[in-house]
Design a protein around this ligand. Structure first.
Ligand code: NAI
Length: 300
């Protein structure tokens, strides 16, 4: 395969002032992208703001011979999202890639979770991706090219104690990505999701010594591939960390089918759980239409 490059391409990386986003921005710039390094700054719990992190990453990119501009808007409002996309237009005249990565944690057990923790985390991770992606998608549709990489988490895909707000937001990104993939297909707009595992300020306490080999750099190669013109994948999800990259998927099984004309009762469900839950013969639908086609084939 030819080298993955971003000649004449413009990428927005949100939350690129540190951790994973910084590494993604550095790699994209190294491969030739002009990069908008967005970061609001602030704490791991999303408090405060600071322009220094984004500015520092821009300096790092420039020192390495790359091209970047800083943006300090918050992804968490529609105005912030629009301003981030506008930064790319002002500096570089186009947007080819959006890496939705910005975010913070406000972990609490579900029984004790405050409304403020729910709103803050959904606003930044899920709505934030909408706020940046929507204006970018409109531009990509016009130009007939675009790549989205959304940052989800195993906490949403598989569940994790104390992270109902975060898990719900992260799983929502799969829905957003799937629909962008379906709606963007005919414009060469591709959309994929990564669920990373890396030692950053968000995870170092949680992971302890085990995290030492899990560098943010281990995640960026996949993100850059998915963001690249060379990438033909769309509608996919990957687990990535420590040098391992693996597919995650939502599958659909043939299931159990009631006799013709019979409306399933709760007792039918209980009696047929093995067939309902069996994973034999599953498919990975590309869309809701695919699900309907598969179900129609089972009915036949
Ligand atoms: P990080 O805290 O180093 O990076 C997140 C960045 O987002 C920070 O620089 C922060 O200032 C910025 N940010 C926060 N709110 C913002 C806002 N409203 N607007 C713009 N920027 C904002 O943490 P890390 O680990 O690099 O996280 C990056 C992404 O990866 C996050 O979405 C996180 O949820 C996700 N993730 C990370 C995992 C890990 O193992 N590190 C695991 C699963 C998901």
């Amino acid at each position: 395969m030819s080298d993955v490059t971003f000649d004449n391409r413009v990428a927005i990386v949100t939350g690129a002032g540190g951790g994973l986003g910084r590494c993604h921005a550095l790699l994209l710039a190294e491969r030739g992208a002009r990069v908008v390094v967005n970061d609001l700054g602030g704490s791991a719990a999303g408090e405060g703001a600071d322009s220094t992190p984004a500015d520092k990453v821009v300096k790092e990119i420039e020192a390495a011979g790359g091209i970047a501009v800083a943006n300090h808007d918050s992804v968490a409002t529609p105005e912030g999202g629009a301003a981030i996309v506008q930064s790319a237009l002002d500096a570089f005249g186009q947007v080819d890639v959006v890496v939705n990565n910005a975010g913070f944690l406000r972990d609490q057990s579900f029984a004790k979770m405050t409304q403020e923790a729910i709103d803050g985390v959904i606003d930044v991770h899920l709505k934030g991706a909408f706020h940046v992606s929507r204006p970018a998608f409109a531009l990509m549709k016009e130009q007939g090219f675009g790549r989205f990489v959304h940052t989800a988490s195993a906490a949403g895909v598989f569940g994790n104690f104390g992270q109902a707000n975060y898990g719900g937001a992260k799983m929502g990104l799969l829905g957003l990505s799937n629909v962008i993939a379906v709606e963007g297909a005919k414009y060469d707009i591709r959309s994929n999701v990564v669920a990373p595992i890396a030692k950053t300020r968000l995870t170092e306490e949680l992971m302890g010594a085990m995290a030492d080999g899990l560098l943010p750099e281990h995640v960026s190669g996949l993100v850059a591939y998915l963001a690249s013109p060379q990438c033909e994948l769309t509608h996919e999800v990957f687990s990535v960390g420590g040098g391992r990259i693996a597919r995650i998927f939502v599958g659909l099984t043939p299931g159990w089918l009631a006799e013709k004309g019979h409306v399933p009762t709760p007792e039918d469900v209980a009696a047929n759980l093995d067939a309902i839950r069996s994973v034999d013969g599953y498919i990975i639908p590309d869309s809701a239409t695919d699900e309907m086609k598969f179900a129609a084939a089972v009915f036949r």
